[in-house]
Design a protein. Sequence first.
Length: 370
Amino acid sequence: MAPAIAHLETYRSVDYHTGGEPFRIVTELPVTVEGADVPAKRVFAMQSPEIERIRQILCHEPRGHADMYGGFVVEPDDEGAHLGVLFWHKDGFSTACGHGTIALGTWAIESGLVAADPSGVTDVVIDVPSGRVTARVHTDAQEQVTGVDFINVPSYVLASDVPVETSRGELRVDVTFGGAIYAQLDAASAGLSVEPGAVDEIIALGREIKWLLNDTEYAKHPLDDRLSGIYGTIVFERLSDAPAGAAQDTEAGEASREAVPAGGTHPAALRPHQRNAAVFADGELDRSPCGSGTSARVATLTAAGVLGEGQELLHSSIVGSQFTAVVLERTTVAGRDAVIPRVTGTAHRTGEHVFTVDPCDELVPGFVLR
């Protein structure tokens, strides 16, 4: 029998993917996350060397990778929510995560944390750093999860047609809040196409735009400075319109530019179809269509008149996975027109893990190469 390793440090997780993007769920931590609400807990976590070390252990190599994503489940703000969560990535703690919310909703039903409603629709209410969101989980007669609607916080445009001097010349972006703040760039304007072969160029340009805008007035949240800063850059391309309610082939070779001009409204029988690559944090690439990023795109397209009343956006990712999104209602935030987006997708369990930390391991808490 092999000798036991003394004082072995362990962490448990349940892992999911949403549209190809990983989400590592951690429900137990050896340290208390302090704070009166989830936004305050996020600030505490960012300032805690112990929590930061755990994030690195679970996210960085050799237990994770540069594009890993996850969340620490914490207490909600009050009894009106089922749980709270602190989202994390390779560079720190984010303010929002739609793909993670979809995964958490699925996990809450599959784990029994929240009982599935016999009607087949169960609301899992989650407090996140940007506010209170809902994962509306759909189940079949056997209580198997068939899909999740991510109902987000109000989303709205902060600035339109912002000029940015980049290594590819002057480019123009829209800046929109969808739980996190995103710059959005039309790929064609930079001579790019959103396809796997262009990943390196997309990451480099997305990263460049983020840091050029991050400390500017365009990236300032109007109500809560903890939400300020460009979280990511969405590089998007317009594809052929899709019939309402139908899926669409996302292979680059079979997609065509939509004929609707900028600012033009799509016919009610069609829905705009776009493919995007969301480059967030410092060069992470979302494999899913990005839930909070999709919310930002819905707000931007609605403000531009491209997305009509009750009309769905079909949003594809760089790996071909899809979300659909629609405006549930309109509102205002700090004098700005805003929308409440509903983003629909699916999440699937990929495994359960017990991670160990050898006290003699010189590479703890880990490393990243990008």
